[in-house]
Design a protein around this ligand. Sequence first.
Ligand SMILES: NC(=O)c1ccc[n+]([C@@H]2O[C@H](COP(=O)([O-])OP(=O)(O)OC[C@H]3O[C@@H](n4cnc5c(N)ncnc54)[C@H](OP(=O)(O)O)[C@@H]3O)[C@@H](O)[C@H]2O)c1
Length: 333
Amino acid sequence: MSETNTQVLLKQRPVGAVQERHFEVVHKPVPVTGPGQICVRNHYLSLDPYMRGRMSDAKSYAQPVAIGDVMVGGTVGEVVESRHPDFKAGDAVLGYFGWQLFGVSDGTGITKIEKGDLPLSAYLGVLGMPGVTAYIGLMDIGHPKAGETVVVSAASGAVGSVVGQIAKLQGCRAVGIAGGERKCRYVTEELGLDACVDYKAGSLSENLQKAIPDGVDVYFDNVGGPIFDAVLDRMNPFGRIPVCGMISQYNAVEPYAVKKMHNVLIQRLTIRGFIVSDHAARWVDALTDIENWLRQGRLKFRESITEGLENAPAAFIGLLSGKNFGKQLIKLI
Ligand SMILES: NC(=O)c1ccc[n+]([C@@H]2O[C@H](COP(=O)([O-])OP(=O)(O)OC[C@H]3O[C@@H](n4cnc5c(N)ncnc54)[C@H](OP(=O)(O)O)[C@@H]3O)[C@@H](O)[C@H]2O)c1
């Protein structure tokens, strides 16, 4: 193959904010497809907050990326060469090839995508890991009941936007928390949530009180930090808090210390962290429901697409500070 394989490697482990110097862009020959292997040309790379954790060697639920290795990440693309009986050139596939244009695989962990009316990129967002995260975290850990109030942070993002809409589909009152007027308007006007609190404007505590006069039954936490504390103060008795992510803390050198834990006792709350990959048995249910809702026009999604792999480090830095508006993707072709 005459093309070049561009890759983004982890060059240094960041302490504090991620910077472009922590990555290195390199150009290598396209890998050779061995017996029993496929070669895939990636079309989209997913950028996800968990990648910040993989850049660090602090204790976590997954191994870090080694210095000099290709950054990890989900991809969708097309098989360009196959020496594998189950795949043929032209097949669309979902894989985990990381921040690179081409990848070879023996097929392990590669899923064929039936090309249909939904865009390939959706399989990295609403129809992929973030959508499933929203579904499992809300349905299996939050256990929302019709008439209850569900609050979700990072409400315009890949996970949060799906959480808020599923909460509405369950007959709940759904309230988002997001950064900025534009994102909040999207959450209420496009996604159909009942209210959205802009955590960057005014007093968060007062604004939450206004938006949630009857308190919170389920808080789907994507951000941690001071927003977590502010919502803890608004929880109703026997409320549930699926802890999905803590993006406000991923770059922190001194993690935020939660101050409002007394609410856990006095309101008899259940707080449970979860990692979507631990819930493999529920993926098919989640994706079936999500696909049906999409086809029925009951679920909307939005993407933030950056062109070119060499722009992935800047886009990733932007994702960690809210510059994305919807699922952050890198278009590779
Ligand atoms: N547990 C799991 O298995 C699992 C799986 C997938 C994702 N997650 C977690 O889910 C969360 C959302 O991920 P995503 O992929 O859907 O990303 P996303 O919401 O599409 O993008 C991240 C958003 O986080 C918000 N944010 C950034 N810094 C913040 C801060 N200091 N305070 C408050 N909000 C901040 C920004 O929105 P605003 O502009 O609104 O601030 C930004 O757009 C992350 O914490 C991620 O780690 C967990």
